[in-house]
Design a protein around this ligand. Structure first.
Ligand SMILES: C[S@@+](CC[C@H](N)C(=O)[O-])C[C@H]1O[C@@H](n2cnc3c(N)ncnc32)[C@H](O)[C@@H]1O
Length: 187
């Protein structure tokens, strides 16, 4: 695992209920996710946001959560099972530097990428694959922690997203984070 990959013990800390005071999953995600949607969440960790995504897509929707660390996915899968949400959640792993999501081409309504891009081995490839997954008019909430990710790195990430065909729709207020909503333009 690359040295900058968030370890499982940090994954557990990220589940801390106090985090809701500053990054409330329902408040943050409900403007973007409706019942029946297909949602992709790269780097969900143990699922601080994932269970809310699964609630919001409802029984007819789908959430695909993709993490490089099996331990993150194991804990997420258990939590989803206890919450009665496992039926609408698919857990996946990347293949090498790729998300390996060719089967999702033009089928995803919304992507949540929260505190992940700075850990990725190839963020240019990530944005190309994410853009290919999104439907025309689909959106991505992209957020990076201000503590880890300096302005130059954030600006670089936005330029890679733009190169991949995503446009910045607007800034989104996410505590302690750089954050924007990206949109795949309607063709
Ligand atoms: C800082 S954690 C953020 C977790 C979650 N998004 C949150 O905000 O609570 C970053 C997550 O990205 C995952 N990750 C790192 N590299 C990845 C890759 N190449 N593909 C998928 N997930 C990756 C890590 O395993 C970790 O679970």
């Amino acid at each position: 695992m690359p040295h900058d990959t968030c370890p499982p013990w940090v994954g557990r800390l990220l589940l801390c209920p106090l985090r809701r005071w500053r990054q409330d999953p329902h408040k943050l995600l409900s403007p973007f996710v409706q019942p029946g949607m297909t949602v992709l969440e790269p780097g969900p960790g143990m699922g601080f946001f994932t269970l809310e995504l699964a609630r919001l897509v409802g029984a007819t929707g789908h959430v695909i959560a993709l993490d490089v660390q099996p331990e993150m996915l194991e804990v997420l899968g258990r939590r989803a099972g206890k919450a009665g949400l496992a039926d609408r959640l698919a857990l996946r792993a990347p293949v090498g530097t790729s998300m390996a999501v060719g089967d999702l081409s033009n089928s995803v309504d919304f992507i949540l990428t929260m505190a992940v891009v700075h850990e990725l081995p190839d963020s240019a490839l990530f944005f190309r694959e994410a853009a290919a997954c999104l439907k025309s008019g689909g959106t991505m909430l992209l957020a990076e922690p201000r503590g880890h990710v300096k302005l130059a790195a954030w600006t670089k990430a936005l330029s890679l997203a733009t190169d991949a065909g995503l446009q910045v729709a607007r800034q989104i207020p996410v505590a302690s984070s750089h954050a924007v909503l990206l949109i795949k333009s309607v063709r």
